[in-house]
Write a protein that binds this ligand. Sequence first.
Ligand code: ATP
Length: 356
Amino acid sequence: MASKKRIAVVPGDGIGQEVIPQAVRVIEATGAPVELTHFDWGAERYLRDGVTVPPDAFTILARDFDAIFVGAIGDPRVPSNIHAKEILLGMRFKMDLYANVRPVRLLDASLCPLKNVEPKDVDFVVLRENTEGVYVDVGGCFKQGTPDEVAVQEDVNTRKGVERIIRYAFEYCNHHTKQDGTPRRRVLMADKSNVLTYAHGLWQRVFKEVSAEYPQIQAQHMYVDALCLQMVRDPHSLDVIVTNNMFGDIITDLAAALQGGLGMAASGNIHPGKTSMFEPVHGSAPPIAGKNIANPIGSILTAAMMLGHLGMAKEASKIEEAVLRAVQEKKTTQDVGGKLGTREAAEWIANSVGRN
Ligand code: ATP
Protein backbone atom coordinates (compact mmCIF):
# COMPACT_ATOMS: atom_id res chain seq x y z
CA MET A 1 0.00 0.00 0.00
CA ALA A 2 1.17 3.53 -0.76
CA SER A 3 2.63 5.36 2.23
CA LYS A 4 0.23 7.52 4.18
CA LYS A 5 -0.11 11.20 3.32
CA ARG A 6 0.63 13.44 6.27
CA ILE A 7 -1.87 16.19 6.92
CA ALA A 8 -1.53 19.02 9.45
CA VAL A 9 -4.94 19.97 10.82
CA VAL A 10 -5.54 23.47 12.22
CA PRO A 11 -9.22 23.91 13.22
CA GLY A 12 -8.55 27.48 14.45
CA ASP A 13 -11.35 29.63 15.85
CA GLY A 14 -15.13 29.94 15.95
CA ILE A 15 -16.97 27.58 13.64
CA GLY A 16 -13.60 26.23 12.44
CA GLN A 17 -13.55 24.25 15.70
CA GLU A 18 -16.91 22.72 14.80
CA VAL A 19 -16.66 22.07 11.07
CA ILE A 20 -13.10 20.77 10.80
CA PRO A 21 -13.55 17.78 13.19
CA GLN A 22 -16.65 16.89 11.14
CA ALA A 23 -14.75 17.09 7.86
CA VAL A 24 -12.04 14.91 9.42
CA ARG A 25 -14.68 12.36 10.32
CA VAL A 26 -15.75 12.29 6.65
CA ILE A 27 -12.12 11.87 5.50
CA GLU A 28 -11.81 8.93 7.89
CA ALA A 29 -15.00 7.38 6.51
CA THR A 30 -13.40 7.20 3.05
CA GLY A 31 -10.60 5.03 4.42
CA ALA A 32 -8.05 7.36 2.77
CA PRO A 33 -4.47 6.51 3.77
CA VAL A 34 -3.75 9.65 5.77
CA GLU A 35 -2.01 10.48 9.02
CA LEU A 36 -3.45 13.54 10.75
CA THR A 37 -1.59 15.76 13.20
CA HIS A 38 -3.56 18.43 15.05
CA PHE A 39 -2.24 21.91 15.90
CA ASP A 40 -3.93 24.25 18.38
CA TRP A 41 -3.01 27.53 16.69
CA GLY A 42 -5.71 30.15 17.04
CA ALA A 43 -7.09 32.76 19.41
CA GLU A 44 -7.26 30.50 22.48
CA ARG A 45 -3.57 29.61 22.26
CA TYR A 46 -2.59 33.22 21.49
CA LEU A 47 -4.52 34.54 24.49
CA ARG A 48 -2.99 31.83 26.71
CA ASP A 49 0.70 32.15 25.85
CA GLY A 50 1.08 34.87 23.21
CA VAL A 51 2.05 32.40 20.48
CA THR A 52 0.43 32.86 17.08
CA VAL A 53 2.57 30.29 15.30
CA PRO A 54 5.79 28.82 16.72
CA PRO A 55 8.90 30.28 15.06
CA ASP A 56 9.84 27.22 12.99
CA ALA A 57 6.25 26.23 12.13
CA PHE A 58 6.32 27.00 8.42
CA THR A 59 9.58 25.12 7.95
CA ILE A 60 8.12 22.10 9.74
CA LEU A 61 4.89 22.23 7.75
CA ALA A 62 6.77 22.38 4.45
CA ARG A 63 9.19 19.62 5.47
CA ASP A 64 7.05 17.13 7.34
CA PHE A 65 3.57 17.42 5.82
CA ASP A 66 1.95 16.79 2.44
CA ALA A 67 -0.93 19.22 3.04
CA ILE A 68 -2.44 21.54 5.64
CA PHE A 69 -6.14 21.58 6.49
CA VAL A 70 -7.26 24.82 8.14
CA GLY A 71 -10.66 25.86 9.53
CA ALA A 72 -10.92 29.59 10.16
CA ILE A 73 -8.92 32.08 12.17
CA GLY A 74 -10.48 35.15 13.77
CA ASP A 75 -11.92 35.94 17.17
CA PRO A 76 -13.48 39.12 18.60
CA ARG A 77 -11.25 38.72 21.68
CA VAL A 78 -8.26 39.52 19.43
CA PRO A 79 -9.41 42.78 17.82
CA SER A 80 -6.10 43.36 16.03
CA ASN A 81 -6.53 39.98 14.32
CA ILE A 82 -2.76 39.63 14.61
CA HIS A 83 -2.97 35.87 15.05
CA ALA A 84 -5.05 35.43 11.88
CA LYS A 85 -2.59 37.55 9.95
CA GLU A 86 0.38 35.57 11.18
CA ILE A 87 -1.18 32.14 10.75
CA LEU A 88 -3.15 32.47 7.49
CA LEU A 89 -1.22 35.16 5.65
CA GLY A 90 1.95 33.60 7.09
CA MET A 91 1.14 30.29 5.39
CA ARG A 92 0.12 31.93 2.13
CA PHE A 93 3.09 34.30 1.95
CA LYS A 94 5.93 32.44 3.68
CA MET A 95 5.09 29.11 2.07
CA ASP A 96 4.55 30.98 -1.22
CA LEU A 97 1.13 29.42 -1.89
CA TYR A 98 0.49 31.64 -4.86
CA ALA A 99 -2.64 30.10 -6.37
CA ASN A 100 -5.87 30.42 -4.46
CA VAL A 101 -8.22 27.99 -6.17
CA ARG A 102 -11.95 28.39 -5.59
CA PRO A 103 -14.25 26.06 -7.50
CA VAL A 104 -17.79 27.43 -7.84
CA ARG A 105 -20.37 24.72 -8.39
CA LEU A 106 -24.08 24.72 -7.84
CA LEU A 107 -25.17 21.34 -6.51
CA ASP A 108 -28.91 21.92 -6.55
CA ALA A 109 -31.08 24.58 -8.22
CA SER A 110 -32.80 25.31 -4.88
CA LEU A 111 -29.54 26.74 -3.48
CA CYS A 112 -29.09 29.46 -6.11
CA PRO A 113 -30.69 32.85 -5.52
CA LEU A 114 -31.00 33.38 -9.29
CA LYS A 115 -34.14 32.42 -11.23
CA ASN A 116 -34.11 29.51 -13.69
CA VAL A 117 -30.51 28.55 -12.96
CA GLU A 118 -29.58 24.89 -12.77
CA PRO A 119 -26.45 23.08 -11.60
CA LYS A 120 -25.10 22.86 -15.16
CA ASP A 121 -25.21 26.68 -15.33
CA VAL A 122 -22.84 27.28 -12.43
CA ASP A 123 -19.58 25.39 -12.83
CA PHE A 124 -16.59 27.70 -12.96
CA VAL A 125 -13.42 28.28 -11.00
CA VAL A 126 -11.77 31.45 -9.71
CA LEU A 127 -7.97 31.51 -9.49
CA ARG A 128 -6.92 34.33 -7.20
CA GLU A 129 -3.33 35.54 -6.96
CA ASN A 130 -2.52 34.88 -3.34
CA THR A 131 0.81 36.46 -2.41
CA GLU A 132 0.84 40.02 -3.74
CA GLY A 133 -1.41 43.00 -4.44
CA VAL A 134 -2.65 45.20 -1.63
CA TYR A 135 -2.16 42.34 0.84
CA VAL A 136 1.61 42.79 1.12
CA ASP A 137 1.16 45.40 3.85
CA VAL A 138 3.29 48.12 2.28
CA GLY A 139 2.18 51.64 3.05
CA GLY A 140 1.74 54.03 5.90
CA CYS A 141 0.02 56.97 7.43
CA PHE A 142 1.24 60.53 7.60
CA LYS A 143 -0.08 63.18 10.00
CA GLN A 144 -2.37 60.56 11.49
CA GLY A 145 -5.17 61.92 13.62
CA THR A 146 -4.98 65.40 12.11
CA PRO A 147 -7.24 66.96 9.47
CA ASP A 148 -4.30 66.66 7.02
CA GLU A 149 -3.99 62.91 7.49
CA VAL A 150 -2.72 60.89 4.51
CA ALA A 151 -3.02 57.08 4.17
CA VAL A 152 -1.20 55.11 1.48
CA GLN A 153 -1.56 51.38 0.76
CA GLU A 154 0.53 50.04 -2.08
CA ASP A 155 -0.63 47.51 -4.67
CA VAL A 156 2.39 45.35 -5.44
CA ASN A 157 2.36 43.37 -8.70
CA THR A 158 5.53 41.62 -9.82
CA ARG A 159 6.21 40.22 -13.25
CA LYS A 160 7.00 36.83 -11.68
CA GLY A 161 3.88 36.81 -9.51
CA VAL A 162 1.52 37.83 -12.30
CA GLU A 163 3.04 35.45 -14.81
CA ARG A 164 2.88 32.38 -12.61
CA ILE A 165 -0.79 32.76 -11.67
CA ILE A 166 -1.78 33.42 -15.28
CA ARG A 167 0.21 30.40 -16.42
CA TYR A 168 -1.43 28.38 -13.63
CA ALA A 169 -4.84 29.29 -15.10
CA PHE A 170 -3.94 27.96 -18.55
CA GLU A 171 -2.39 24.82 -17.08
CA TYR A 172 -5.51 24.39 -14.92
CA CYS A 173 -7.56 24.18 -18.14
CA ASN A 174 -5.24 21.49 -19.43
CA HIS A 175 -5.66 19.35 -16.32
CA HIS A 176 -9.28 19.85 -15.24
CA THR A 177 -12.69 19.21 -16.69
CA LYS A 178 -16.11 20.52 -15.80
CA GLN A 179 -18.45 18.39 -13.70
CA ASP A 180 -20.04 16.97 -16.85
CA GLY A 181 -16.64 15.86 -18.15
CA THR A 182 -16.22 18.51 -20.87
CA PRO A 183 -12.78 20.12 -20.97
CA ARG A 184 -12.18 23.60 -19.61
CA ARG A 185 -11.28 25.76 -22.60
CA ARG A 186 -11.53 29.43 -21.61
CA VAL A 187 -9.46 31.64 -19.34
CA LEU A 188 -10.93 35.02 -18.45
CA MET A 189 -8.62 37.57 -16.86
CA ALA A 190 -10.38 40.21 -14.77
CA ASP A 191 -8.70 43.51 -13.92
CA LYS A 192 -9.29 47.24 -13.86
CA SER A 193 -6.60 48.23 -16.35
CA ASN A 194 -8.63 51.19 -17.56
CA VAL A 195 -7.95 52.87 -14.21
CA LEU A 196 -4.98 51.03 -12.68
CA THR A 197 -2.96 51.58 -15.82
CA TYR A 198 0.45 50.65 -14.39
CA ALA A 199 -0.40 47.70 -12.15
CA HIS A 200 -3.00 46.14 -14.39
CA GLY A 201 -1.17 47.20 -17.54
CA LEU A 202 1.36 44.61 -16.40
CA TRP A 203 -1.43 42.01 -16.07
CA GLN A 204 -2.58 42.88 -19.60
CA ARG A 205 0.87 42.46 -21.14
CA VAL A 206 1.61 39.22 -19.35
CA PHE A 207 -1.81 37.77 -20.15
CA LYS A 208 -1.27 38.50 -23.85
CA GLU A 209 2.15 36.84 -23.83
CA VAL A 210 1.21 33.75 -21.84
CA SER A 211 -2.08 33.16 -23.67
CA ALA A 212 -0.17 33.05 -26.97
CA GLU A 213 1.53 29.90 -25.68
CA TYR A 214 -1.86 28.18 -25.33
CA PRO A 215 -3.60 28.58 -28.71
CA GLN A 216 -6.06 25.79 -27.93
CA ILE A 217 -7.47 27.78 -24.97
CA GLN A 218 -9.59 30.87 -25.54
CA ALA A 219 -8.29 33.96 -23.75
CA GLN A 220 -10.89 36.50 -22.64
CA HIS A 221 -10.74 39.75 -20.72
CA MET A 222 -13.26 41.69 -18.63
CA TYR A 223 -13.07 44.60 -16.27
CA VAL A 224 -13.92 43.30 -12.85
CA ASP A 225 -17.07 45.41 -12.53
CA ALA A 226 -18.41 44.00 -15.80
CA LEU A 227 -17.53 40.52 -14.56
CA CYS A 228 -19.67 41.01 -11.42
CA LEU A 229 -22.61 41.80 -13.67
CA GLN A 230 -21.88 38.77 -15.83
CA MET A 231 -21.60 36.43 -12.83
CA VAL A 232 -25.17 37.26 -11.90
CA ARG A 233 -26.63 37.65 -15.38
CA ASP A 234 -25.06 34.65 -17.09
CA PRO A 235 -22.89 32.44 -14.86
CA HIS A 236 -23.09 29.72 -17.52
CA SER A 237 -20.72 31.77 -19.72
CA LEU A 238 -17.87 31.48 -17.19
CA ASP A 239 -15.16 28.83 -17.15
CA VAL A 240 -11.78 29.71 -15.57
CA ILE A 241 -11.34 33.21 -14.11
CA VAL A 242 -7.93 34.54 -13.08
CA THR A 243 -7.53 37.75 -11.12
CA ASN A 244 -5.52 39.59 -8.51
CA ASN A 245 -5.64 39.12 -4.75
CA MET A 246 -8.19 41.81 -3.86
CA PHE A 247 -10.60 41.28 -6.74
CA GLY A 248 -10.41 37.53 -6.13
CA ASP A 249 -11.41 38.03 -2.51
CA ILE A 250 -14.45 40.06 -3.50
CA ILE A 251 -15.74 38.07 -6.46
CA THR A 252 -15.46 34.76 -4.65
CA ASP A 253 -17.96 35.91 -2.02
CA LEU A 254 -20.33 36.79 -4.84
CA ALA A 255 -19.55 33.40 -6.37
CA ALA A 256 -20.28 31.68 -3.03
CA ALA A 257 -23.75 33.24 -3.08
CA LEU A 258 -24.41 31.55 -6.44
CA GLN A 259 -23.68 28.15 -4.92
CA GLY A 260 -25.74 28.50 -1.76
CA GLY A 261 -23.71 30.77 0.50
CA LEU A 262 -20.42 30.83 2.36
CA GLY A 263 -21.16 27.52 4.03
CA MET A 264 -20.89 25.68 0.69
CA ALA A 265 -17.60 27.05 -0.67
CA ALA A 266 -14.22 25.29 -0.71
CA SER A 267 -10.73 26.54 -1.50
CA GLY A 268 -7.12 25.51 -1.87
CA ASN A 269 -3.97 27.61 -1.49
CA ILE A 270 -1.57 25.93 -3.82
CA HIS A 271 2.03 26.00 -4.97
CA PRO A 272 2.51 23.05 -7.32
CA GLY A 273 5.06 20.63 -5.89
CA LYS A 274 5.06 22.22 -2.43
CA THR A 275 3.01 21.58 0.70
CA SER A 276 -0.30 23.32 0.02
CA MET A 277 -3.07 24.51 2.33
CA PHE A 278 -6.81 23.90 2.07
CA GLU A 279 -9.51 25.89 3.87
CA PRO A 280 -13.24 26.58 3.55
CA VAL A 281 -13.97 30.03 2.12
CA HIS A 282 -15.95 31.18 5.15
CA GLY A 283 -14.42 32.79 8.20
CA SER A 284 -14.84 31.99 11.89
CA ALA A 285 -18.43 33.40 11.88
CA PRO A 286 -18.57 34.41 15.58
CA PRO A 287 -22.36 35.04 15.61
CA ILE A 288 -23.13 31.39 14.87
CA ALA A 289 -20.16 29.73 16.60
CA GLY A 290 -20.75 27.10 19.29
CA LYS A 291 -24.40 26.49 18.34
CA ASN A 292 -24.02 23.41 16.15
CA ILE A 293 -25.63 25.25 13.24
CA ALA A 294 -22.64 25.98 10.96
CA ASN A 295 -22.77 24.25 7.61
CA PRO A 296 -19.93 21.70 7.45
CA ILE A 297 -20.18 21.21 3.66
CA GLY A 298 -17.63 23.93 2.77
CA SER A 299 -15.07 22.12 4.90
CA ILE A 300 -16.10 18.69 3.69
CA LEU A 301 -15.74 19.74 0.05
CA THR A 302 -12.42 21.35 0.95
CA ALA A 303 -11.32 17.99 2.37
CA ALA A 304 -12.31 16.35 -0.93
CA MET A 305 -10.31 18.94 -2.84
CA MET A 306 -7.30 18.24 -0.63
CA LEU A 307 -7.54 14.47 -1.13
CA GLY A 308 -7.85 15.01 -4.90
CA HIS A 309 -4.73 17.18 -4.79
CA LEU A 310 -2.89 14.43 -2.90
CA GLY A 311 -3.71 11.90 -5.62
CA MET A 312 -6.74 10.29 -3.95
CA ALA A 313 -9.29 10.95 -6.69
CA LYS A 314 -11.46 7.99 -5.72
CA GLU A 315 -11.87 9.13 -2.12
CA ALA A 316 -12.48 12.72 -3.27
CA SER A 317 -15.28 11.60 -5.61
CA LYS A 318 -16.88 9.51 -2.87
CA ILE A 319 -17.11 12.62 -0.70
CA GLU A 320 -18.44 14.81 -3.51
CA GLU A 321 -21.11 12.25 -4.39
CA ALA A 322 -22.19 11.96 -0.75
CA VAL A 323 -22.42 15.75 -0.41
CA LEU A 324 -24.54 15.89 -3.56
CA ARG A 325 -26.91 13.26 -2.12
CA ALA A 326 -27.12 15.16 1.17
CA VAL A 327 -28.02 18.38 -0.62
CA GLN A 328 -30.57 16.71 -2.88
CA GLU A 329 -32.20 14.93 0.08
CA LYS A 330 -31.96 18.05 2.29
CA LYS A 331 -29.90 16.23 4.90
CA THR A 332 -28.21 19.53 5.62
CA THR A 333 -28.05 22.48 7.98
CA GLN A 334 -30.68 25.22 7.90
CA ASP A 335 -28.74 27.73 5.80
CA VAL A 336 -29.15 25.39 2.81
CA GLY A 337 -32.67 24.24 3.50
CA GLY A 338 -32.27 21.30 5.86
CA LYS A 339 -33.06 20.74 9.52
CA LEU A 340 -29.91 19.07 10.79
CA GLY A 341 -27.19 20.38 13.08
CA THR A 342 -23.51 20.60 12.07
CA ARG A 343 -22.64 17.20 13.59
CA GLU A 344 -25.74 15.44 12.30
CA ALA A 345 -25.31 16.75 8.73
CA ALA A 346 -21.70 15.60 8.68
CA GLU A 347 -22.62 12.26 10.21
CA TRP A 348 -25.14 11.70 7.39
CA ILE A 349 -22.45 12.43 4.81
CA ALA A 350 -19.88 10.23 6.60
CA ASN A 351 -22.37 7.34 6.72
CA SER A 352 -23.18 7.83 3.07
CA VAL A 353 -19.45 7.79 2.19
CA GLY A 354 -19.01 4.64 4.29
CA ARG A 355 -21.75 2.80 2.41
CA ASN A 356 -20.17 3.41 -1.02
P1 ATP B 1 -13.64 36.59 7.73
O1 ATP B 1 -13.62 38.06 7.89
O2 ATP B 1 -13.13 35.82 8.89
O3 ATP B 1 -13.15 36.11 6.41
P2 ATP B 1 -16.26 36.65 6.69
O4 ATP B 1 -16.43 38.11 6.64
O5 ATP B 1 -16.03 35.91 5.42
O6 ATP B 1 -15.17 36.22 7.74
P3 ATP B 1 -17.80 34.76 8.03
O7 ATP B 1 -17.32 34.82 9.42
O8 ATP B 1 -17.31 33.64 7.23
O9 ATP B 1 -17.55 36.14 7.37
O10 ATP B 1 -19.36 34.65 7.98
C1 ATP B 1 -20.28 35.70 7.78
C2 ATP B 1 -21.64 35.12 7.98
O11 ATP B 1 -21.93 34.14 6.96
C3 ATP B 1 -21.79 34.37 9.29
O12 ATP B 1 -22.08 35.19 10.36
C4 ATP B 1 -22.89 33.38 8.97
O13 ATP B 1 -24.13 34.01 9.07
C5 ATP B 1 -22.62 33.03 7.52
N1 ATP B 1 -21.77 31.81 7.43
C6 ATP B 1 -20.44 31.76 7.21
N2 ATP B 1 -20.01 30.50 7.22
C7 ATP B 1 -21.10 29.73 7.44
C8 ATP B 1 -21.31 28.33 7.58
N3 ATP B 1 -20.31 27.44 7.47
N4 ATP B 1 -22.57 27.89 7.81
C9 ATP B 1 -23.58 28.75 7.92
N5 ATP B 1 -23.45 30.07 7.80
C10 ATP B 1 -22.22 30.57 7.58
